[in-house]
Design a protein around this ligand. Structure first.
Ligand SMILES: CC(C)(COP(=O)(O)OP(=O)(O)OC[C@H]1O[C@@H](n2cnc3c(N)ncnc32)[C@H](O)[C@@H]1OP(=O)(O)O)[C@@H](O)C(=O)NCCC(=O)NCCS
Length: 153
């Protein structure tokens, strides 16, 4: 398994957009597959935000994680770890943990001292990776945990 920039594997974008739309589309009723394609297309870069990483086994897409300037909540905070997703067949092997670590390093490399995320369901996973709970918030009817991590540069 290796982790690389989505920017170097643009042919994986349509499949990844389908995964993201299916998994995260519910967060906003106006979301469409096209919006996810647009969002990932904007992340086809390496030295500025937004950017995205993918986990690969040979050419097989296993998962992804993004580093973005803003998300659906808390606009005064930045940057954000976003869209952590692993193909169900490959879960439980540390792929998400590796992707999260790669995004943390990218944020530190861009000069950030702190990184943020929101999660409706995976607080324990991130806590095990050193993230701290800041507060609980609500997005529409959904309760979300806002978490953060101090980065070492
Ligand atoms: C959440 C998700 C990304 C985890 O991917 P993964 O590759 O299986 O995660 P890892 O193998 O790196 O898991 C690391 C640890 O967290 C645990 N873990 C994973 N998901 C968890 C969850 N939702 N709740 C609690 N613990 C979780 C794993 O058991 C593992 O523990 P261990 O190290 O003690 O064995 C994956 O289940 C997924 O894509 N889910 C759907 C999308 C999603 O919910 N994304 C997160 C949105 S914020």
């Amino acid at each position: 398994m290796r982790i690389e920039y989505l920017a170097d594997h643009g042919s994986q974008l349509p499949r990844l957009a389908e995964w993201h739309f299916a998994e995260f589309g519910y967060l906003n009723p106006t979301n469409t597959l096209e919006r996810y394609i647009e969002r990932l297309t904007a992340a086809l870069q390496k030295s500025d935000l937004p950017t995205a990483f993918i986990a690969l086994d040979d050419d097989k897409l296993l998962g992804s994680a993004s580093l973005v300037r803003q998300t659906i909540t808390h606009p005064h905070l930045s940057p954000w770890l976003s869209s952590v997703y692993v193909d169900p067949q490959h879960r439980g092997r540390g792929i998400a943990s590796a992707l999260v670590g790669r995004v943390e390093r990218a944020a530190a490399g861009m000069g950030s001292d702190r990184i943020y995320l929101f999660t409706p369901s995976s607080e324990k996973l991130y806590a095990s990776l050193g993230w701290e709970l800041m507060e609980y918030s609500h997005h529409h009817q959904l309760r979300i945990a806002i978490m953060s991590k101090t980065l070492r540069r």
